[in-house]
Write a protein that binds this ligand. Structure first.
Ligand code: NAD
Length: 492
């Protein structure tokens, strides 16, 4: 089925912004097909958006929490009505299969609903009356929020910021990635239609407007998801005016297979394979390196290949039988291939996994057949760097202590997983340095939006999801009214 290209606009103050230049987004499965156009905003547009958001904040900050919740719930209903259109567009511009695009929408809505359900309780004043007097603990909105998101999960990683920011009484400007700007723009417009003009604004473009959004003095908080290198630059941009920061950065998540793991457990092996390759490996929180006991290595590899060959069907993202689409962009294919080639040049064995459904399509798009890399050691690039694509290295270890050390020997600490007998896995999990550790599962299967998500070490600062994912959008403001007004500890 052919689709007409869509044209998306940035919007500020409830109005579309006209731009001279635009970003052309091609279909990664067929780069000759244009999926649509997104605006290429300028630094002037960005300053205008910040001014507008700052103005809107003066009123919006005083609105009732119940009013904000009602608006958000109406926005969620509208998103449901347009879900099929949005997920189709996301699949075409991103390359992820429709089931996967739909999963992204479901997670987005799950979080938006959960944030609504927590808002009244977590954002209302706490009043403490004691014999010493009264203290009110108010939750003040922070101000103008700049939200910057990456291409791999554009809708979920934008709404994860928009919902709590608006519920808490902030105004926001969202800048998605130019590599998947279309479906998220549609989502943002739908949400904005339920809020007063200027409360939710959206811009599109490259790093230059990101720099303005993270340095402009009227911006009070930055909520960023993306690579660790960009996160470092954002910390520098934010330093001059000491902005609040939530940084969700890169991950190189280990999967530690314990000696008690049964390689013949087909269900567990299937979960592991999915956790390595879903969304063609382009997720921050998927297992990106596997550590296996030396004594189990060969059997494990054999069973892993069997499970991968069953589940991986690479092809047209609109085909229901396909489990993996193309990689989102050519640069990413080249980077992942570079890591695989480097491993091979250093003596690793590279095995192709799964089935290619249509060779012709495969050759025309940004496709990459998933690979398993064995015979590598922990020091190789493919193990130490975040590949963010369809390849997975397996490294052998001698004993569990060494396995744990290898997992922790990384600048990253986003998620992780431990696989084996449950009690033992729970014990070992406590020794892993990460924001989340999952037991006998990994990636999306182990995510629960009711609990905080985020990284340690260079995987980030702060948390999204859970209560912290909402309360990180307010400043605690303590209003103290003590009975005894005289200063203590001061001599007469
Ligand atoms: P990226 O850092 O290249 O870009 C992310 C966003 O930042 C884009 O919108 C980009 O235009 C913008 N940007 C680029 N330079 C900027 C600058 N100097 N100032 C402000 N904004 C700037 O990341 P990407 O390639 O889009 O996404 C992949 C990375 O994101 C991976 O490392 C992945 O692990 C990470 N990620 C992390 C999480 C998490 O929750 N921790 C989730 C998804 C992706």
């Amino acid at each position: 089925m052919t689709h007409q290209p869509v044209t998306m606009h940035a919007f500020v103050d409830g109005k579309h912004l006209e731009t001279e230049d635009s970003i052309t987004r091609e279909n990664p499965a067929n780069p000759e097909e244009i999926v649509g156009y997104a605006p290429l905003n300028t630094i002037d547009d960005t300053r205008h958006a910040v001014d507008v958001a700052d103005q809107a904040f003066q009123k919006w900050r005083h609105t009732e929490i119940s009013d904000r919740v009602e608006r958000m719930k109406r926005a969620i209903s509208k998103l449901r009505e347009s879900q099929e259109e949005i997920t189709g567009l996301l699949s075409r511009e991103h390359g992820k299969p429709v089931y996967d695009a739909n999963g992204e929408m479901e997670i987005s809505i799950m979080w938006m609903e959960h944030a609504c359900s927590m808002a009244e309780d977590l954002l209302k004043d706490e009043v403490k009356n004691t014999e010493d007097g009264q203290t009110i603990i108010a939750k003040d909105p922070i101000g103008v929020v700049s939200a910057i998101s990456p291409w791999n999960y554009p809708i979920a990683l934008s709404t994860i910021k928009v919902a709590p920011a608006l519920l808490a009484g902030n105004t926001i400007i969202v800048k998605p990635s130019p590599l998947a700007p279309l479906a998220v723009q549609k989502v943002l417009e739908i949400i904005a239609s339920e809020f007063p003009a200027g409360v939710l604004n959206s811009l599109n473009g490259e790093a230059d407007i990101g720099v303005e959004l993270t340095s402009n003095e009227k911006v009070s908080k930055i909520a960023f998801t993306g690579g660790t290198a960009t996160g470092r630059k954002i910390m520098e941009s934010a330093a001059d005016t000491i902005k609040e920061l939530t940084l969700e950065l890169g991950g190189n998540d280990p999967a530690l297979i314990l000696p008690s793991f049964d390689p013949n457990d087909e269900k567990a092996m299937r979960r592991l394979v999915i956790s390595n390759f879903v969304t063609a490996g382009e997720i921050c929180m998927i297992a990106k390196r596997i550590y296996v006991p030396q004594s189990m290595h060969d059997e494990f590899v054999e069973k892993y290949k069997e499970a991968a060959d069953k589940w991986i069907r690479v092809g047209d993202p609109s085909d229901e039988n396909v489990t993996l689409g193309p990689v989102n962009n050519k640069e990413q294919v080249e980077f992942v291939q570079e890591l695989v080639d480097d491993a091979k040049a250093n003596g690793a064995e590279v095995t192709k996994l799964g089935k290619i459904m249509d060779e012709e399509l495969f050759d025309q798009g940004y496709y990459m057949q998933p690979t398993l890399v064995t015979g590598v050691n922990h020091d190789s690039r493919i193990v130490g760097e975040e590949q963010f694509g369809p390849t997975i290295p397996i490294v052998a270890y001698e004993d569990v202590d060494e396995g744990v050390d290898l997992c922790n020997d990384s600048i990253f600490g986003l998620t992780s997983s431990v696989w084996g007998e449950e009690e033992e896995a729970l014990q070992v999990a406590r020794r892993i340095e990460a924001g989340t550790t999952m037991i006998n599962t990994a990636a999306i299967q182990g995510l629960d939006v009711r609990y905080a998500f985020g990284g340690v070490k260079q995987s980030g600062l702060g948390r999204e999801y859970g209560e912290e994912g909402l309360t990180s959008y307010v400043n605690t403001h303590v209003i103290n009214n003590p009975n005894e007004k005289d200063l203590p500890f001061i001599p007469e």
